[in-house]
Design a protein around this ligand. Structure first.
Ligand code: EPU
Length: 344
């Protein structure tokens, strides 16, 4: 384990922001993590755990210790007639884990293909896409408590998963390092293809038998057609969450904006497509944010929810753009969007 000083985080965050970390360490095991946290010289430093850096925007240098989680390994822990239980190291790339499941025909994560990031970061914001969330396949996780220096086991209930939310974004924010996540996957997959875009994509290859593989490929195709590849253009996926409002509020908005895009939730509330809200607003009258660019900061041309770094933007510029977007959405719809991406 080697503590490095003044390290650029540019290649460690998918926005590609050139923020400098005062200290930086990559850890590959819980022993390495313990060794690091027991170092007297690191005790007082504020700490930030990075997975794939795919849900973070650095707006300044990080004046503390960045711990890059590189704990590897995928192992089957048990199985029964219906399920297989798999424990995965927090540093494993999420999509490579999805592909591992597809290879074994294990069902549950095929709709979550191609989400950037690591297996350890996935529970923190309960990643989700195309009608499936991580909590649907979650079994348990192990996490190291930074202050007490002990390993805890978290069950599904302990994690308090919500829409892009968990206990690790709230009560336990920055207090734990996730070491591994365990999943409960179906040996005889049940497919979730309710989402309109998936159905349309599957229809293009209707001759192919429905399988986790064909669904995974459909999701990959949809994502590639709509979302920018962070390897090519810096971004952190959806920058804002889709807001939830009551049906009464919704009815009022629908009168003013008849084409507003929404989904009904089980509790009777409505979820609004934030991408649609953002697309209706812009920096000036008659101009939309969608595809807008100021310097190297911008709003993606195919998905207005995704803010992008066209090259050399700094985090402040992207943050300022997000403020302007928030302001105009509030002015037009009276709705305050919440950021999904963590700001540092
Ligand atoms: N829409 C627009 N304009 C846009 C974007 C979207 O009008 O620029 C409308 C369209 O009507 C579209 C609808 O919004 O049909 C929904 O768009 P999309 O299917 O792209 O989904 P989303 O609600 O914008 C959410 C997640 C994505 C996830 C997709 C698919 C959030 C914040 N985002 O986006 O997750 O991939 O659904 O399930 O919930 C992420 O979290 O980083 C992420 C990319």
């Amino acid at each position: 384990m080697k503590v490095q000083e003044n390290i650029s985080l540019k290649s460690f965050n998918t926005f590609g922001i050139d923020s400098i970390a005062k200290f930086f360490v990559a850890i590959k095991s819980v022993e390495g993590l313990k060794e690091l946290l027991f170092l007297q010289s690191m005790r007082k430093e504020t700490k930030l755990v990075l997975g794939g850096g795919s849900n973070i925007l650095f707006t300044k240098n990080y004046n503390g210790l960045v711990i890059k989680n590189e704990i590897a390994g995928i192992e089957t822990i048990k199985e029964d007639a219906e399920y297989i239980y798999v424990k995965v190291g927090a540093g494993v790339n999420w999509h490579s884990f999805v592909l591992h499941c597809i290879e074994h025909n294990w069902g549950g994560v095929e709709n979550l293909a191609l989400i950037p990031g690591t297996v350890g970061a996935a529970p923190i914001q309960n990643i989700g896409a195309y009608g499936v969330e991580l909590k649907n396949v979650f079994f348990s996780l192990e996490a190291f408590e930074i202050n007490e220096k002990v390993v805890h086991n978290f069950s599904l209930n302990d994690c308090a998963f919500g829409y892009r939310d968990s206990v690790f974004k709230n009560k336990f924010k920055n207090q734990f390092v996730i070491l591994s996540t365990s999943f409960r996957l179906r040996k005889f997959p049940i497919f979730n293809i309710e989402y309109g875009a998936i159905q349309q994509e599957l229809e293009k290859n209707a001759e192919k038998k429905l399988s986790v593989k064909t669904i995974c490929q459909a999701v990959i195709n949809i994502r590639k057609s709509k979302l920018p590849d962070p390897e090519i253009i810096g971004n952190a996926g959806s920058f804002f969450k889709n807001p939830e409002i009551s049906s009464e509020e919704f009815e009022k908005l629908k009168v003013l904006f008849p084409t507003i895009v929404s989904y009904e939730l089980a509790n009777g509330n409505k979820k609004l497509a934030a991408g649609w809200l953002v697309e209706q607003c812009g920096p000036n009258a008659g101009v939309t944010w969608k595809g807008y660019r100021v310097g190297d900061a911008g709003c993606h041309e195919k998905q207005a929810l995704v803010l992008v770094n066209h090259g050399n933007s700094n985090g402040k510029e992207i943050y300022n753009l997000s403020e302007a977007v928030l302001e105009t959405v509030y002015q037009k719809f009276g709705i305050t969007l919440e950021r999904e991406v963590n700001i540092f």
